[in-house]
Design a protein around this ligand. Structure first.
Ligand code: SAM
Ligand code: SF4
Length: 334
């Protein structure tokens, strides 16, 4: 594809970051992410390896310099590592960084291959170190595999960031220990507020723990100093004096961060979601499967820039409310 204009939306935000979901399937069933009986998409709906590759190249040609592969669980897709290798070859050719977000259950198997393909950093989601709690929260007894995966990632030279969703009544009490543990392992850790995306069994109101409350509680044990560090995303960072590590806070609810948004998300079916919290979408699969994919993709990306909203409007204020969006995070790509 011939290089063209960078992607800039109607609010003059430059889009340089793509989150690309490679599957909606997952081997866990985190209670805040999806229901126990989740229906997954028929395979033919999901983009092929070639289509994912072509799409990613299209974004790189439009100035996207960072791609995060996600899911569902990206490492459950069989040909995933081939995509990582293909995209790894673009690093230094427009692409600056290729990363992935994973639940870690299959990291032990893939850590070396990921590192060899050019991946330098991975985000691993982990909400508790208590095996019984992990099994109850994810509905699978996989904590030992995740811990093994984390150690393998570190041994392979990957920088690890732990992502932890703060959940009232689940891990609130454990957060200081989890932070101390992660920092002791040389992993950064970022806390995330639960978002009202998709129907799950629990009431979001019962799960939601505002991070301003968490921060006050953490300050009973730790000295938190605001850090100028930025990772290109919405997290704001603090240095933790007692551990020597870095703590990130992602606060989509208590503190809206949309002003600096630099990203779009593409689902495994090729739907571009212009905003995590909105319904604005463009069908990139139709463009890719058309007679003239290159031209159609250009048109679709132009449309995406026109419809990207200024900000999301979701909130968790009352018990019993319907989700802000019917779409689960596992579909959009976290
Ligand atoms: N399966 C991979 C994982 O868990 O890391 C990647 C996909 S997952 C959807 C990406 C991230 O979204 C995870 O860190 C997960 O904890 C987070 N997540 C899922 N549902 C969420 C929700 N409703 N609110 C906030 N974060 C959520
Ligand atoms: Fe799977 Fe990730 Fe959702 Fe958990 S958060 S169910 S690991 S997609």
């Amino acid at each position: 594809m011939t290089p063209t204009q960078p992607l800039v939306d109607q609010f003059q935000r430059r889009i340089s970051y793509l989150r690309l979901s490679v599957t909606d399937r997952c081997d866990l069933r985190c209670a805040y992410c999806m229901p126990e009986r989740q229906t997954f998409l028929p395979r033919k709906e999901v983009l092929s390896l070639d289509e994912l590759h072509q799409l990613a190249l299209g974004f790189i040609a439009r100035g996207v310099s960072k791609i995060r592969l996600t899911g569902g669980e990206p490492l459950v897709r069989r040909d995933m590592i081939e995509l990582v290798r293909a995209l790894g070859r673009q690093i230094g050719q427009g692409l600056e960084e290729l990363t992935l977000t994973t639940n870690g259950t299959r990291l032990a198997e893939f850590a070396d291959d990921l590192a060899a393909a050019g991946v330098r950093r991975v985000n691993v989601s982990l909400d508790t170190l208590d095996r019984a709690k992990f099994a109850a929260l994810t509905r699978r007894d996989s904590l030992p595999q995740v811990l093994e995966g984390l150690m393998a990632a570190r041994a392979a030279g990957l920088q690890v960031k732990i992502n932890t969703v703060a959940l009232k009544g689940v891990n609130a009490d454990e957060l200081p220990d989890l932070i101390a543990w992660a920092h002791g392992q040389r992993f950064d850790l970022t806390l995330i507020e639960v978002m009202p995306l998709g129907e799950v069994e629990a009431d979001r109101f019962d799960q939601y723990l505002p991070l301003d409350t968490v921060r006050s509680a953490l300050e009973a044990r730790f000295t938190l100093t605001p850090s100028p560090h930025r990772s290109g995303g919405p997290a704001r960072y603090f240095d933790v004096a007692e551990t020597g590590g870095r703590l990130g806070l992602i606060t989509p609810l208590t503190n809206n961060f949309c002003e600096g948004c630099n990203r779009v998300r593409v689902s495994a079916t090729g739907q571009l979601y212009a905003c995590l919290g909105g319904t604005e979408q463009v069908d990139l699969r139709a463009a890719l499967r058309s007679e003239d994919p290159e031209a159609q993709l250009e048109l679709a990306l132009g449309e995406a820039m026109r419809i990207k909203p200024e900000r999301h409007h979701f909130a968790i204020r009352v018990a019993g409310a319907a989700p802000a969006l019917a779409r689960h995070m596992s579909l959009t790509g976290g």
